[in-house]
Design a binder for this molecule. Structure first.
Ligand code: PGA
Length: 258
């Protein structure tokens, strides 16, 4: 696991975007795993700038998103399909047909989740997966207590996540209580993983994920078992790490070798 610590979230987002841009240049048909939430927004803006400047093209890229609220249609302004269109897909040259988000209205959620996993497999697996981290250490909607071997499925959200996400809805009662989410096992199969964490609110989660034990209590800690996982943090999110100076120095060398 490499931890890149930057002064600001803008700098960390640019570095993470550079890693994605390098992959897209090297493999224009790559498969991306994408995330929603407020965290990846500056990184998506940086990628949109690169497309506008004709530095990269997503014309042949395929994407699968991590999760979707269960019960929300893709047209709902808080659905993750809507978010992806507004924050990335409408701003780059990706073909919409190549973008995949779980269907939050699927009646047979088991069938939906199984088909989603099968699609990813058929595409050759995810080359690079983008992640945020919840204040409770979750990745996608794999809340504390999720099996580290879990697959795409229907999950129940914790009170903490509902509270954290209430800022996007009119009131907390409007936040869906369930979601469809890739599992920790699904995520860990990606060839490369980039996790972004910004702000003081994420410092405990980052500490537990990087320096705590591997535990289903902090599902991001499963990335300690991944061979090519990168955390891009601002100074606040990294503030509780014991070895932050060492990580920063080591990551610099690793980044230059990428
Ligand atoms: P945030 O959410 O980016 O809105 O903080 C992250 C997450 O819950 O994974």
């Amino acid at each position: 696991m490499e931890v890149v610590i930057c002064k600001t979230k803008e700098e960390a987002s640019r570095k993470a975007a550079d890693m994605i841009a390098a992959l897209v240049k090297k493999n224009p048909k790559c498969v991306l795993g994408l995330a929603t939430g407020s965290t990846p927004v500056p990184m998506y803006s940086a990628l949109a700038k690169d497309v506008k400047a004709k530095k990269i093209s997503f014309k042949q890229v395929k994407s699968w998103n991590l999760d979707e609220y269960y019960g929300l249609p893709g047209t709902h302004d808080q659905s993750y399909r809507y978010f992806m269109n507004a924050n990335l897909f409408d701003k780059i040259d990706i073909k919409k047909a190549n973008t995949h988000v779980l269907n939050g209205l699927a009646k047979d959620w088991k069938k939906e989740c199984k088909a989603y996993e099968a699609q990813i497999k058929k595409a050759g697996g995810i080359d690079l997966q983008v992640l945020g981290i919840g204040s409770d250490g979750h990745i996608a909607f794999n809340e504390p207590g999720s099996s580290l071997a879990s697959r795409t499925r229907l999950v129940s959200l914790t009170d903490q996540t509902i509270k954290d996400n209430a800022r996007f809805f009119k009131k907390a009662a409007d936040v869906p209580k369930f979601a469809l989410s890739m599992g920790v096992g699904t995520i860990c199969e990606a060839k490369k993983v980039i996790l972004l964490a910004f702000g003081k609110n994420k410092s405990d989660a980052v500490k537990a994920a990087v320096e705590g034990g591997v535990s289903q209590f902090c599902t991001a800690s499963a990335l300690q078992m991944h061979q090519d996982a990168w955390f891009f943090c601002d100074e606040e999110a990294a503030s509780k790490l014991k070895l932050k100076k060492y990580y920063a120095w080591r990551a610099e060398g690793e980044l230059s070798r990428q």
